[in-house]
Write a protein that binds this ligand. Structure first.
Ligand code: ADP
Ligand code: TZD
Ligand code: MG
Length: 571
């Protein structure tokens, strides 16, 4: 047979993987090329897929994860074996922790050699290592099983509680050939990958009963609620109850932060004083002080309703009086239907008290935001960015750092769902450029990445990727010369600088210029807002080095209480 006739009748592992992904509407790959997947990336691009090459797998992995969060389809990350796989693994574990659907596909070395530990090129038992860090892990050994492997990976990633999936593809698989027609028949187009999970009617009635009789009710919206894309029903439900709500960080904008029912500016009071708390797609983890302790009312005096797709989440930290298990879309629509037309108005004393607190807190903050004090501090610099997001509510805000994160979260109002992407459940540094790149690619909207100077450093090299694909990403580095502050000194007085400080007055803007993007140094709120507006108008890759007072921050931002500190004084 000539090569031509062969290619008409034969297919191979490379093509079957690409066909299986495309058949399931997965058309974008985030990765780093190399043995054994270089040709795979090339062929995927040739087949019309968008293949975005990064400088480091961790950022490709974070990009895939946030693509999954934004689209409800698993984001795909592609890596080489051992070290590439391990670089991607942090992102896979982070995706699983955050309930984001993604599939990490890694090429791997020859099974026979790996299993006998004979020292293959990039040898590692990747499947075993991935397993504890993801929802499911699969390996495909035969070309005819590729369809099943991809189908299982998709279902595992998006059904139930979403999360990360690992798919191990040994080098030999890619070149395996089979009859093209027979191969086509092995592919699976997944039907109903994330089936609705309707809550039991009695669980809905129990929850509504508790909520209706509450004197001081509170709703907490989490990023599960944002992920669910049930935006209109969630808003209708919150509004129909009239109950104050708190958005968790990435749920900001599900209802506009300026909504009269938002209790964000009175957070500490509502958590302490509420008698019934309804969680919708939010876990009672450290971010909510585990539902107990001094953030909350006296143990046992507060009752919880929890709406979540994961039945085992219930009672994980405190007793859940009314669990509602199902997908949030189905749960919220059942709750809405169950409310009927005669729902009581929210208790006015409770609402009035919260509003008073809110007004005071907002008034106090707005003075700080307008201050012209120089060098800039977190407040007046973020005051500029707050105005920009107000004027450009469809822009996506990526945010990481410590002070830069905590202040931005409370200062910058969000107006639309899934526009705020941040460090999430782990408070992980390094998501910045990966999230920014995927946000631009998946949504086509402008991206504003607000980054601590330390946070930015974790993924900073990806500014080259941003320039290479000419993405509408504007990075603002809050440069306070270090981690938390730039003022620490080496206690020994030795020549090494303190552990938390960086090179003083560094010019991060030059990094963007190195790759053909726009770099700007901003020392005043005006300069900052002019530069961001220009970047957002032009869509050109831009990095603004925002000079922030090195004394302005606090250790660990707002979570200093989690930071153990020695009380032992050495003589
Ligand atoms: P946050 O950090 O915003 O508080 P978490 O990540 O802690 O949010 O919680 C998200 C919760 O949402 C998880 O418990 C997850 O099981 C749940 N979840 C995710 N997607 C859905 C969905 N479609 N329907 C119901 N629950 C969901
Ligand atoms: N490594 C990883 C992967 N995640 C982390 N969260 C940390 C280290 C520890 N860490 C924080 O929790 S915040 C932070 C680190 C290193 C950086 C804070 O400095 P910054 O922000 O410059 O980004 P501010 O504005 O100076 O506080
Ligand atoms: Mg800093």
């Amino acid at each position: 047979m000539s090569a031509d006739t062969q290619s008409q009748t034969l297919t191979d592992g490379f093509h079957l993987i690409i066909d299986a992904l495309q058949l399931n509407g997965l058309n974008t790959i985030y990765g780093v090329p190399g043995i054994p997947i270089t040709d795979f990336g090339r062929l995927a691009q040739a087949a019309g897929m968008r293949v975005i090459s990064f400088r480091h797998e961790q950022h490709a992995g974070h990009a895939a994860a946030i693509a999954g969060y934004l689209t409800q389809k698993p984001g795909i990350c592609l890596t080489v074996s051992a070290p590439g796989f391990l670089n991607g693994l942090t992102a896979l574990a982070n995706a699983t922790t955050n309930c984001f659907p993604m599939i990490l596909i890694s090429g791997s070395s020859e099974r026979e050699i790996v299993d006998l530990q004979q020292g293959d090129y990039e040898e590692m038992d990747q499947l075993a290592i991935a397993k504890p860090h993801c929802k499911a892990a699969f390996r495909v050994l035969h070309a005819e099983d590729i369809g099943v492997g991809i189908a299982r990976a998709i279902r595992a990633a998006v059904s139930g509680r979403p999360g990360g999936v690992y798919l191990d593809l040994p080098a030999k698989l890619f070149g395996q050939t089979m009859d093209a027609e027979a191969g086509r028949k092995t592919l699976i187009k997944v039907v109903d990958a994330a089936p609705r999970q309707i809550p039991a009617p009695d669980s809905v009635a129990r929850a509504l009963d508790l909520l209706k009789n509450a004197k001081r009710p509170l709703i907490i919206l989490g990023k599960g609620a944002a992920y669910a894309q049930a935006d209109a029903d969630i808003r209708a439900f919150v509004e129909k109850t009239g109950i104050p709500y708190l958005p968790m960080s990435m749920a900001k904008g599900l209802l506009p932060d300026t909504h009269p029912q938002s209790a964000s500016a009175a957070r500490s009071v509502v958590l302490k004083d509420a008698d019934v708390v309804m969680l919708i797609g939010a876990r009672l983890n450290w971010l909510l002080s585990h539902g107990k302790g001094k953030t909350w009312g006296e143990r046992g005096t507060q009752q919880f309703i929890q709406v979540d797709i994961a039945p085992t989440e219930m009672d994980s930290n405190v007793a859940i009086a009314a669990p509602v298990v199902g997908d949030i879309g189905s749960c919220v629509s059942a709750l809405l239907a169950g409310m009927g037309s005669a729902w009581p108005a929210a208790p006015s004393a409770w609402i009035g008290g919260i509003n008073e607190r809110k007004e005071k807190a907002i008034a106090k903050m707005s003075a700080q935001l307008l201050s012209n004090s120089l060098p800039m501090n977190f407040h007046n610099a973020l005051g500029s960015l707050k105005t920009i997001i107000k004027q450009r509510p469809d822009a996506i805000l990526v945010n990481e750092g410590a002070n830069t994160l905590d202040f931005a979260r409370s200062i910058i109002d969000m107006y639309q769902p899934r526009k705020r992407l941040d460090v999430g459940t782990w408070g992980v540094m390094g998501i910045g450029m990966g999230y920014a790149i995927a946000a631009a690619i998946e949504t086509g909207k402008p991206v504003l990445a607000v980054e601590g100077d330390s946070a930015f450093g974790f993924s900073g090299m990806e500014v080259e990727t941003i320039c290479r694909y000419n993405l509408p990403v504007c990075v603002v580095v809050f440069n306070n010369n270090g981690i938390y502050r730039g003022t620490d000194v080496n206690p020994t007085g030795g020549t090494d600088v303190a552990t938390t400080v960086f090179v003083k007055n560094a010019r991060y803007d030059k990094m963007m210029e190195a790759f053909g993007g726009v770099g700007v140094q901003a020392t005043t709120p005006d300069e900052l807002s002019r530069a961001v507006n220009e970047a957002m108008d032009s869509g050109r890759p831009t990095l603004i080095n925002a000079v922030i007072d090195e004394k302005a921050g606090t250790e660990s931002g707002r979570i200093g209480n989690l930071n153990p500190q020695s009380v032992v004084k050495k003589a």
